[in-house]
Design a protein around this ligand. Structure first.
Ligand code: IVH
Length: 664
């Protein structure tokens, strides 16, 4: 029976892969969504019945696996550099002149590619199967995002034709439509909007929970094909063609240019048409086609000499500031916002622009009635760049002396740009705090929308987020548009949120600079809320990515009496104040095999081996496809080369120590 089942499963997978490629890569579906879903269901049923047939490259694996506990750093096979910019036609001409000069006038060609505005990522394949994805990070070391990347439909999970290990680098982006849908759904849940598709893509890829990435519909456009960290083909153009043939999504809007004139023409023509594209671009990437010539040109400290980013100017428009309004945020910050005469900028009608704070208004010399230049650089909230012409009449704006919502006192602390309402019970602050507290990535309380929060605060049922835990079905059922059933559901959801782990509780407190990521690092480093609250700013900096600014903010938060009261009330409400990092059976390195090579700066070979083994890891003497990591020190030799050939991640001693510490 098994062989038949196994071929049936493989045939179904092949069929699904074909349709995924047609739909997500080529944009030419042959079957309806419903037919696709039906095929997928068949496969899911078969795999559930025959778990022994499941494979990581099956199309069913794109749903997003289990959330992870932390972020793992991985060294790139070769530097992922960034590009120098050419901000005008003249600068592009100068780049061309320099290239031709350095090549001694030899014949050459450029590849022009659109510069998609996303974040770059490296995807690694072994034996034709996708095995690892890493973000660019600082170019040398990035963050492992394998399970998240697996959910990107246009990233092939298997490339059966390619046997040797290879790496594909490209851009992870969110197209405009997915971005708009995401922000609309965040509005509906009273979550803060993403400022632009780039931030949305980054925020969707670099999350601990792959299910979030899966729900965000990211896209991956390939632009480099590497083997052992080096281009596989002699020209960039061939690489792009090969990538497309392998099933990757390669932007069809590309051109092999024989002259600077052709290049300029390509750049100019897409500048005019950029709004018609389904994704945001911020320019054109120009690369010397021949890899031999690329090598001849070499690199500066931070960028290749053989490529440049020709950047388009930001999209601007001129309109009138009809009024300046003041909004009150969660931290009490009063933000002046320009109410504009509606104007179209790059296909979007704009009627508001942020002015950040009073200093910014002074810096601009702006008065109500002036006409201004506004700019959208992919951002949804546009900003005022400068005054265009002074209005007549024009009226000076004054920051209100009292909070426009509660009438309470406002202060502007020394060295701070923001003016704040200091009444912690200010309804505007409270409403924003409750919305933040209940948001999906925070305490995830379904059913607490804008309108309801408004009523809870206005009717004085809630005057602190801790009051949420005392709400009863009877209290809620009396509110507008609230039946007994939804009231009961909400109480249940609030109750359920008591089980949220410590990182979410920390995030919920609304400490400045402490988002999901920092909260996770703090919880991992200290294990208990009370230890975080008692830590000095110096101690707080022991947590990953926590610098002086964040540490001070955390310290200040826990030393403020009203916050201490809130924390005690949340403790009484039964929230989780301790955190256990879940691990596989055994120590932090269980299931991992290491190979040591070269001289490590602080550990002897024996020490390193003993410590890895004490943490349940294995140490092998030779590098193979089964090796999880090669730990390389000074004078690492052939094992390092072998690791690169087999695409095995290479780490240094510092990273090993982190992993021994539990930072897998
Ligand atoms: S090549 C060494 N090609 O732009 C070459 N980058 O400003 C590095 N980008 O970090 C990148 N589209 O995030 C390249 N077709 C393309 C690109 C592209 C977008 C981004 C990428 C890179 C940044 C450089």
């Amino acid at each position: 029976m098994k062989p038949k089942r196994s071929s049936e499963v493989e045939a179904l997978r092949a069929e699904l892969r074909r349709h995924e490629h047609l739909y997500y890569v080529l944009d030419q579906p042959e079957i309806s969504d419903a037919e696709y879903d039906a095929l997928m269901n068949q496969l899911k049923v078969l795999e559930a019945k025959h778990p022994e047939l499941a494979t990581p490259d099956s199309p069913t694996q794109r749903v997003g696996g289990k959330p992870r506990e932390g972020f793992v750093k991985v060294e790139h096979s070769s530097r992922m550099l960034s590009l120098d910019n050419a901000l005008s036609e003249d600068e592009l001409r100068a780049f061309d002149a320099r290239v031709r000069d350095l090549l001694g006038g030899a014949a050459m060609r450029y590849v022009a590619e659109l510069k998609l505005d996303g974040l770059s990522m490296a995807a690694h394949y072994r034996d034709g199967v996708f095995v690892q994805a890493v973000t660019r990070g600082d170019g040398r070391v990035g963050e492992e995002v394998t399970e998240n990347a697996r959910t990107i439909r246009s990233l092939p999970l298997s490339v059966p034709s390619a046997k040797a290990p290879f790496e594909v680098r490209g851009e992870t982006v969110m197209n405009r439509r997915a971005f708009e849908l995401l922000n609309a759904s965040r509005d509906a849940q009273s979550l803060s909007r993403f400022a632009n598709p780039r931030n949305a893509a980054a925020g969707s890829l670099r999350v601990l929970d792959p299910a979030i990435t899966a729900s965000r519909r990211l896209d991956f456009y390939a632009y480099f094909l590497l083997e052992e960290g080096r281009p596989k083909f002699a020209t960039q153009w061939e690489s792009l063609e090969a990538l497309a043939a392998m099933g990757f999504k390669v932007n069809p809007q590309r051109k092999l240019c024989k002259s600077l004139e052709e290049l300029l023409e390509f750049c100019a023509s897409w500048e005019g048409k950029r709004e018609q594209l389904p994704y945001e671009i911020d320019g054109v990437v120009v690369k010397v086609d021949s890899v031999a010539q690329q090598e001849q040109l070499g690199y500066t400290a931070k960028a290749p000499r053989w490529a440049i980013a020709y950047k388009y100017a930001a999209r601007q428009a001129v309109t009138i500031v009809e009024d300046i309004l003041v909004q009150v945020g969660r931290t009490g910050a009063l933000t002046p916002v320009a109410a504009l005469k509606p104007v179209e900028v790059g296909g979007v009608t704009v009627s508001r622009a942020t002015l950040h704070n009073e200093d910014e208004i002074d810096r601009l010399g702006l008065r109500i009635g002036d006409s201004v230049v506004i700019e959208r650089s992919g951002d949804v909230i546009p900003k005022v760049v400068r005054v265009h012409t002074q209005g007549s009449p024009r009226r000076r704006f004054h920051m209100p002396k009292r909070c426009p919502v509660c009438g309470g006192k406002i202060v502007r602390e020394e060295g701070e740009a923001a003016t704040r309402c200091i009444n912690i019970n200010c309804p505007a602050r409270l409403k924003e705090s409750i919305l933040h507290f209940s948001a999906r990535p925070v305490m995830n309380i379904d059913g607490l929308g804008d309108a309801l929060v408004e009523q809870l605060v206005d009717k004085k049922l809630v005057s602190s987020v801790a009051d949420l835990y005392d709400l009863t079905v009877d209290q809620l059922a009396g509110l507008e548009r609230m039946g007994k059933l939804s009231a009961a559901n909400l109480v249940k959801n609030i109750d359920k949120s008591r089980q949220n782990p410590l990182p979410r509780v920390l995030h919920s407190l609304g400490i400045r600079f402490v988002g999901e990521r920092t909260a996770t690092f703090l919880a991992e480093a200290f294990g208990e809320l009370d230890r975080i609250a008692a830590a000095s700013p110096n101690e707080l900096q022991l947590a990953e990515e926590v610098g002086p600014k964040v540490a001070q903010s955390v310290y200040d938060f826990f030393h403020e009496e009203s916050n201490q009261k809130l924390v005690e009330r949340l403790r009484s409400a039964g929230l989780q104040f301790t955190y256990k990092v879940k691990r596989k059976a055994g120590g932090p390195l269980a299931g991992l095999t290491f190979v040591l090579t070269g001289t490590l700066p602080g550990l002897t070979r024996e020490d390193a081996k003993a410590r890895i083994e004490a943490a349940s890891g294995k140490v092998a003497s030779a590098v193979s496809r089964k090796t999880s990591y090669v730990v390389a020190g000074e004078d690492a030799g052939s094992k390092l080369d072998k690791a690169r050939t087999l695409d095995v991640p290479v780490i240094d001693e510092a990273r090993l120590l982190e992993m021994l510490d539990g930072g897998r």
